[in-house]
Design a protein around this ligand. Structure first.
Ligand code: TMP
Length: 212
């Protein structure tokens, strides 16, 4: 069966994922054929509807457990309707956040047990797991300041407080330490050009040589 490549971008607030994923897509497209750019929560019509419930409104609108369950409902829909069909026809799928965000935000940040999240991953993801994950790492204060300057009405998680964001930053770094073959930590405090170059070195070194 033809199978495409699956890459996720992860990181805390204001790390620049959205800019960097677009830059990577622009650079990859002429080389590899179909490139799909997507995001979580979201990426399919049903999951986009669930995104609005998650990212807007009061901080206490959902408990971390409710968030986890809504996120996994959205992820199942995203995988079934967009990601798996795209990989099956050989596309490269680049997603702005995926399952590591649940481990970091709801797990490390919100206190949901790693065992419960792993059980959901096993039930829902199956083989739908990224082969490369780029973790854009940035000091919390800098990320929150950048995110506040951006605005946009999707601030529910941004308002959860500095300690929450420090825990999730450490959560992402711990994921990178425990899965060094899949994860690359990128210094997101560098200039946009330098970050794009770090991303390109990781992608071309790990995946493009095999694709050629
Ligand atoms: P974004 O601002 O990067 O588009 O992400 C939307 C928000 O959703 C962000 O504050 C992080 C949060 N989120 C989680 O808490 N858990 C998850 O699993 C995902 C995918 C996102």
């Amino acid at each position: 069966m033809v199978r495409g490549r699956f890459i996720s971008f992860e990181g805390g607030e204001g790390a620049g994922k959205t800019t960097q994923i677009r830059r990577l897509s622009d650079r990859l497209s002429p080389l590899v054929g179909e490139v799909i750019l997507t995001r979580e929560p979201g990426g399919s019509p049903g999951a986009e509807a669930l995104r609005d419930l998650l990212v807007c409104g009061d901080i206490d609108r959902w408990s971390p457990m409710s968030e986890t369950l809504i996120l996994y409902a959205a992820r199942e829909d995203h995988l079934e309707r967009l990601i798996r069909p795209a990989l099956a026809r050989g596309a490269w799928v680049l997603t702005d956040r995926f399952a590591d965000s649940t481990r970091a935000y709801q797990g490390a940040g919100g206190g949901i047990s790693a065992g419960f999240i792993t059980a959901l991953e096993q039930a829902v993801l199956g083989d739908g797991r990224p082969e490369l994950t780029l973790i854009l790492d940035l000091p919390v204060d800098e990320g929150l300041a950048r995110a506040a300057a951006r605005g946009g009405g999707e601030e529910r998680f941004e308002r959860k407080g500095r300690a929450f964001h420090e825990r999730l930053r450490q959560g992402f770094l711990e994921i990178a330490r425990s899965e060094p073959r899949r994860c690359v930590v990128i210094d997101a405090a560098a200039s946009s050009e330098q970050v794009a170059e770090q991303v390109w070195v990781a992608v071309s070194g790990r995946l493009l040589a095999e694709a050629a």
